[in-house]
Design a protein around this ligand. Structure first.
Ligand code: BG6
Length: 474
């Protein structure tokens, strides 16, 4: 596998050259007291600081909560420690960090706050999307610092129209190149390395098309259940939480046309090109989608209550905890190939992989017994693995066909996905961020499904927590 492309100035693991100065970055986290900051963002920052000495971070936490300087510092310390951040690096951040109590939706508060930030600061909205939008509205007309970068968490909008409106609002604040719609799947090494795998291997590059590939499955089946996230999850469900964002982006990287460089414009142009050609498999959401919800069961040692009995869940919303859609891509490269995207919670068999199933060879020589196994390439996103299934006639009867799997564990990256995302953000390279038109296109693809589900035209199936999912695909 290739390495993740480096942001413009230097590689992710490069320390500054002797005598070279560090780049000063002011990172403002709005929603700093929240779970995302503590669980993902700061630990990701910690892994970035461990791998590069290039950045000198001034971290400003902001939120509506009353928080003492000590309490904030303690949160930062524990979040950095959870990612094994080297003491010197963590100490450096702690020496300069501060917390500001701020109502981000109040123009009289956020306006003056944002306008006095140094040039090239990063304003990271680790907030629910509705609050983020209100904060952005409050920033319209404010003289913002030159080079200010805005980072926004998913979900970006709730429909194509709202995503479009949000895009229009954001470009009133800063140019598109300074808007970073975050999707941490793009920070996963195996996801971006799809490009390296596809375009730098002679054995794959020429066969990556409908002539040789039969189907592709992109599946994230999680053992995790609701984990106390009803406030967010019950209003979104599996389709919006996982498929509309993460899995469609993985699909695009998997299916896009060949890039000539890893320049952000080139890559993102081809991503949106592929998404524009993507349609529901049959064109009908009823026959191209499935949804299901878990009922009580046991995942490993844990007893899981029925989803509808989880605290904070409103059963009348009929939120799905598993979503599956079948897609086609209307290009010569992919005509007739079915792409299935699925993600579910509280499942017994965890799976987190892109599976590419090849067509059979046109002729198996007469004389062989047994079936020639299909070639299957499986790219694990978590853990990071790669496996290729081959048909062989080896051990035992030499005419009997069997299958052999070549498998490799790629190990964990030192940099967590959020560290990767932050590195590109600090460098001002939007390669790993979701461009506005890409976000809108992802909504366009799933919208007919959302409508059919809201109108109850697709049955809401049930599966037992800890099982393999609804019977039909178990
Ligand atoms: C998040 C979703 O974006 O991605 C979660 O909100 C999901 O529901 C998570 O569990 C999966 O990401 P990862 O990196 O843990 O596989």
């Amino acid at each position: 596998m290739t390495q993740t492309p480096s942001p413009p100035s230097a590689g992710p693991t490069d320390a500054p050259a002797p005598g070279a100065s560090e780049t000063e970055v002011t990172l403002v986290i709005l929603g700093a007291s929240g779970d995302l900051t503590h669980r993902l963002l700061l630990p990701g920052l910690g892994t970035l600081l461990n791998t590069t000495g290039r950045y000198r971070i001034t971290l400003i936490g902001a939120a509506v909560d009353e928080l003492s300087a000590e309490a904030w510092a303690e949160r930062v310390r524990s979040a950095l420690a959870s990612a094994g951040t080297k003491q010197a690096r963590a100490g450096d951040v702690l020496a300069r960090t501060r917390y500001v109590r701020l109502d981000v939706t109040d123009p009289a508060a956020i306006g003056p706050f944002a306008s006095q930030l140094p040039a090239d600061s990063v304003l990271y909205f680790a907030l629910p999307p509705a609050i983020t939008l209100r904060a952005c509205e409050a920033l319209v007309g404010v003289p913002l610092p030159a080079g200010l970068k805005l980072a926004l968490e998913k979900p970006f909008g709730t429909s194509r129209a709202t995503a479009q409106a949000a895009n229009e609002l954001l470009v009133r604040l800063v140019p598109e190149r300074q808007i970073f719609r975050v999707d941490h799947f793009l920070g996963k090494a195996t996801v971006l390395n799809l490009l390296g795998l596809r375009f730098t291997n002679r054995v794959l590059q020429p066969v990556w098309n409908a002539e040789h590939i039969e189907s592709v499955q992109i599946v994230v089946d999680e053992a995790l259940a609701l984990e106390g996230r009803a406030g967010y999850y019950d209003r979104n469900g599996a389709l919006k939480d996982m498929v509309q964002s993460h899995l469609l982006l993985v699909l695009a990287l998997c299916a896009m046309e060949e890039v000539s460089t890893l320049d952000e414009r080139e890559v993102r142009d081809l991503v949106v090109h592929t998404l524009r050609a993507t349609q529901l498999w049959t064109g009908d959401p009823v026959t191209s989608s499935r949804r299901a919800r878990y009922v009580a069961g046991r995942v490993g040692q844990r007893e899981i209550p029925s989803y509808v009995d989880e605290e904070g869940v409103d059963p009348s919303r009929s939120t799905e905890t598993l979503a599956e859609i079948d897609l086609r891509i209307e290009t010569g490269r992919w005509a007739g190939v079915k792409f299935t995207l699925r993600s579910g919670k509280a499942l017994g068999d965890e799976r987190n992989a892109i599976t590419v199933v090849f067509k059979p060879v046109p002729h198996v020589p007469t004389g062989f017994t047994g079936e020639a196994a299909r070639n299957v390439l499986s790219i694990g996103m978590k853990p990071q693995t790669i496996a290729l299934r081959l048909s062989t006639n080896g051990a035992g009867d030499k005419f009997d066909l069997e299958e052999t799997v070549l498998a490799e564990d790629l190990g964990d990256s030192e940099l967590r996905p959020y560290g990767e995302i932050l590195e590109f953000l600090f460098a001002g390279d939007p390669l790993l961020s979701v461009r506005g038109d890409i976000a809108e296109e992802c909504w366009r693809i799933v919208e007919p499904v959302l409508t059919a589900w809201a109108e109850d035209r697709v049955p809401l199936e049930e599966y037992r927590a800890g099982s393999a999912g609804p019977l039909a695909y178990a």
